[in-house]
Design a protein around this ligand. Structure first.
Ligand code: ATP
Ligand code: MG
Length: 560
């Protein structure tokens, strides 16, 4: 995947051409049209960045429209979360928030109009027979026996459908187009279904609901959309949307299709994400392993990183899957610039500095962010007993292990050189304590005599350490393409990574982290980027690992 930003993608090119030719009289009106039946994910972010981005760049406007035509699956919980997520991503619909359900009256009027013009009829076939009558891609469909009902009969039945006289499924309203049309979607598609269901906004006012295909194009038309940007799978719906607008003689937006965003190690459909939530494979939509916007936010992603990634992902006419490492690299780039550095030990082992007085404490200066001098510095306490990472010590170091070992000197970050002269084992033979001496002349981390060490370790003063829970996240799926299972009857959930969450319950942190707050961007030196989790169910501070410093999966892949 090429990460360079294209100068101008084909969608922006169309917008510029239209501005040049005066096609829409200089107007650019886009919209982001989610169905409020789930939380937004990173794929939606691409569509949001594209629609709102184009409006910003070309002095246009972008609406937020909820395509809420399916009462059973939609909910205000989703409406609220979508609003929050679009805002968080940095976009503003101002006063242009709309709902397809706002247009139910108009859509109904238009349906009657289509009946009057002989373009729609009430079909009383059971649903299976309607499907069967559609034919196949290679065979034409067959006309419904109800296709030639009179206008009066159609109007009467349609009004009685609306009045609630019939049970669900008894009748539908269909567009009268062509049962032999090469596009299956044009074979007398359904416009209205009877559904005695409460709608999250219109309550029980309606018992017939427009299909998405009948509502979507006209909703765009009502809003005066110029460029109706959608994903490639809607390409074959375009003739139908055009047909409705032409049959009604109303404003005709130009539909432009672009490729969906897919990521490796990720499922992206709302239906599947909902299944993960409902089956308890994750802890809710905002679980930091989810590709939902709220999950990414809780994980510590920044809107800047997501926008930069969406821009780089680009828009084309070819569906492809982007490596999740590309997304993570955009995050690293952003966090590297902005995150302050701190020291934290996740798997602590005790180090005793035997030539350091018991009751003494040193305050050592540590730079907050080498990438940003304005971030300043802080003081870190040093004392006789310290924590370092267990894996930074080896009693019998293999070749290429340059960190702490008996007789070896290393640097403690911002502090001193220390040399290991002994260690203590428990009965089981595990090392429990390492004994070192420090060289006071190396204060700050440099030897005045110019001698070098091969490793710099992070550490925390044991007496001053703050305890925290740290949650280490990894890809939710171990399979690179979770949607492509190996056996035909295998479940996609079989690709779930059993190690996607590891909890460290007793991490030892430098004291400055005790006051860390939600929203702080922090790098734990040598370990990765972390953020404070909003979880208030534990007494402790909880940190999430946002992303490691390097792409560990890339390493694993090149080894294979
Ligand atoms: P899903 O298939 O994940 O359930 P959807 O397309 O049904 O998504 P909508 O609420 O209809 O979800 O999507 C709102 C807008 O976001 C649509 O214009 C859709 O094309 C776009 N969108 C959805 N998923 C992606 C994706 N993976 N990449 C780019 N755009 C997307
Ligand atoms: Mg959809």
């Amino acid at each position: 995947m090429n990460e360079t930003v294209p100068h101008r993608d084909f969608v922006r090119q169309i917008v510029e051409d239209d501005l040049g030719s005066g096609k829409w009289k200089g107007k650019v009106q886009t919209r982001f049209p989610p169905e409020p039946n789930g939380y937004l994910h990173i794929g939606h972010a691409k569509s949001i960045c594209l629609n709102f981005g184009i409006a910003q760049e070309y002095n246009g406007l972008c609406n937020l429209r909820f395509d809420d035509t399916n009462p059973e699956k939609e909910d205000t919980e989703y409406v609220d979360s979508i609003r929050e997520d679009v805002r968080w991503l940095g976009f503003d619909w101002e006063d242009r928030q709309y709902f397809a359900s706002d247009y139910f009256d108009q859509l109904y009027e238009w349906a009657e109009e289509l009946i009057r013009r002989g373009h729609a009829y009430v079909c009383s076939l059971p649903p299976e027979q309607i499907s069967a009558g559609r034919g196949t891609a290679t065979q034409p469909g067959t006309n419904s026996p109800w296709r030639d009902r009179s206008v009066d009969e159609n109007l009467d039945l349609f009004r009685r459908m609306k009045a609630g006289e019939f049970a669900d499924g008894a009748h539908v309203l269909r567009a009268k187009i062509d049962m032999a049309h090469p596009h299956m979607l044009m074979r007398d598609p359904i416009m209205y279904r009877i559904r005695h269901a409460e709608h999250h906004r219109t309550g029980d006012r309606w018992c017939i609901y427009p299909t998405y295909d009948y509502a979507h194009g006209q909703s765009d038309s009502i809003e005066g959309i110029t460029h109706s940007i959608c994903t490639l799978e809607f390409e074959n719906h375009r003739p139908l949307y055009d047909w409705y607008c032409s049959a009604l003689g109303i404003h005709h937006p130009q539909q432009i299709e672009f490729n969906r965003l897919n990521l490796t190690y990720t499922v992206m459909s709302k239906r599947r994400l909902l299944e993960l939530v409902q089956a308890g494979h994750v802890n809710g939509w905002d679980d930091p392993r989810m590709p939902s916007i709220c999950g990414l936010r809780r994980r510590g992603y920044t809107p800047e990183a997501i926008r930069a990634f969406c821009r780089a992902a680009g828009v084309t006419k070819n569906n492809a899957t982007i490596d999740i490492g590309v997304l993570e690299n955009h995050l690293r780039e952003d966090l590297n610039r902005r995150a302050e550095r701190r020291m934290a030990v996740l798997d602590p082992i005790r180090v005793v500095i035997t030539n350091y007085p018991e009751d003494q404490t040193d305050e050592l200066e540590a730079i907050n962010n080498p990438e940003d001098p304005s971030a300043g510095s802080r003081m870190v306490p040093f004392s006789r007993e310290l924590w370092i990472e267990r894996e930074d010590f080896h009693e019998d170091p293999p070749k290429k292990f340059f960190r702490l070992a008996p007789g070896r000197e290393v640097r403690l970050r911002w502090a001193y050189f220390i040399t290991c002269h002994d260690f203590v084992r428990d009965e089981a033979g595990n090392v429990t304590e390492i004994h070192c001496t420090y060289d006071p002349a190396t204060r700050g981390g440099d030897a005045p005599d110019g001698r070098k060490v091969k490793a710099t370790l992070h550490w925390v003063s044991a007496r001053h350490a703050v305890n925290a829970e740290v949650r280490l996240y990894d890809h939710l799926f171990f399979r690179e393409h979770p949607d492509q299972v190996e056996e035909p009857d295998q479940d996609w959930k079989s690709g779930l990574n059993p190690d996607s969450l590891k909890v460290v319950s007793q991490a030892q942190l430098e004291p400055a982290l005790g006051t860390a707050r939600q929203g702080d961007l922090i790098q734990f030196e040598r370990l990765g980027y972390f953020c404070v989790d909003p979880d208030s169910s534990t007494q402790q501070l909880v940190f999430n690992r946002t992303v490691t410093l390097k792409d560990q999966w890339a390493k694993a892949r090149t080894k294979d």
